[in-house]
Design a protein around this ligand. Structure first.
Ligand code: 8YV
Length: 314
């Protein structure tokens, strides 16, 4: 291994704290601003966000690429197969964002049930002087269904218990460590809950898991919340279900084509939309940055990665 300062490629925006740390420790090349083609020969690591695309064709431009450090728990934008074929190591930042994403899921549940963003607009528009705000839906004591029962799913369940919600879930297989009711399919789960929260990894394995049939099963009194990946929900089917009031409403933090959100979704009044902010607090983004930096450091010191993705674990 050479003693030269390693060259890294940055493929997404990172918080100033992380940008500064990277610049202090590495020669940083921003993907969209590389003017020196020779730089591609020197790059040994890629740093990107949970939603960054790191495709095989990008890796092919970097003959000396050794590792990819994802600042996020999800790494569905990375072509893992292509990376592993070349022995490129991949790390991500699990656990440190569980609280924030779970908090956001609860916020969306409260927002869609109590229609709080609409209530805020009601006050600002002085609609209140014409009469009281319409009644909304009670969250406490209702039935929550989780699509995914990993670390973040469990953090959401823990919070929902404080709201006296009954909890059921679907996953590839029942999780022995949780006491909640298992349903084998999202459709069966949707038919038995009031609020369906999507918190499963993205990627081809879960693409459009939430389709028209699942939304139909959720029914006209059911709400959908997605804090996972836009790809998990068939967005066209969701728009149709919302337009036709086949479901009561949705809270969405993630979308099919971020940062662009379809006009159809933006025009609907029975949705609450947030711009992929699940982990976007100072505290958590700093913890994610620190973990991503620790992985880079471990790699360049020839040590095992601190938090490799499961596919890279020995
Ligand atoms: C962020 C995420 O969007 O962790 C993930 O998988 O989607 C989010 O935390 C992103 O990773 C920020 O870089």
């Amino acid at each position: 291994m050479s003693n030269e300062t390693p060259n890294v490629m940055l493929v997404s925006q990172v918080m100033p704290y992380m940008a500064q740390a990277l610049n202090e420790q590495y020669v940083v090349h921003e993907k969209d601003h590389i003017t020196d083609p020779g730089a591609l020969q020197r790059i040994r690591a890629i740093v990107g966000g949970g939603d960054s695309k790191v495709e095989a064709k990008l890796m092919a431009l970097l003959p000396h690429l050794e590792m990819i450090s994802v600042v996020g728990v999800g790494y569905d934008g990375v072509d893992v197969k292509a990376a592993l074929e070349r022995g490129i190591r991949i790390s991500h930042t699990p656990n440190v964002l569980n609280d924030d994403v779970a908090d956001l899921a609860l916020a969306h549940l409260l927002n869609v049930a109590r229609r709080l963003p609409q209530a805020d607009r009601f006050v600002r528009n002085s609609d209140w002087v014409d009469g009281p705000y319409p009644l909304s839906r009670k969250l406490s004591g209702s039935r929550l269904g989780l699509v995914g029962m990993g670390r973040i799913g469990q953090a959401i369940a823990k919070r929902a218990l404080a709201f006296d919600m009954s909890i059921s879930y679907t996953a590839r297989s029942p999780r022995a460590e949780v006491p909640y009711t298992f349903h084998a399919t999202p459709e069966a789960l949707a038919a038995n809950v009031d609020f369906l929260v999507v918190i499963t990894p993205g990627g081809p394995g879960t693409r459009h898991l939430i389709n028209a049939a699942v939304l139909k099963a959720l029914g006209p009194k059911g709400y959908l919340v997605n804090v996972a990946r836009g790809s998990v929900v068939d967005e066209a089917a969701l728009v149709e279900a919302l337009q036709k009031k086949q479901i009561a409403g949705a809270g969405l933090d993630v979308f099919a084509d971020e940062p662009r959100v379809s006009a159809e979704l933006r025009n609907l009044q029975n949705v609450v939309l947030t711009p992929h902010v699940g982990s976007a607090t100072f505290e958590t983004r700093k913890a994610m940055s620190d973990l991503a930096l620790a992985n880079l450091r471990a790699h360049f010191q020839g040590e095992p990665l601190v938090s490799p993705i499961p596919e890279c674990q020995a």
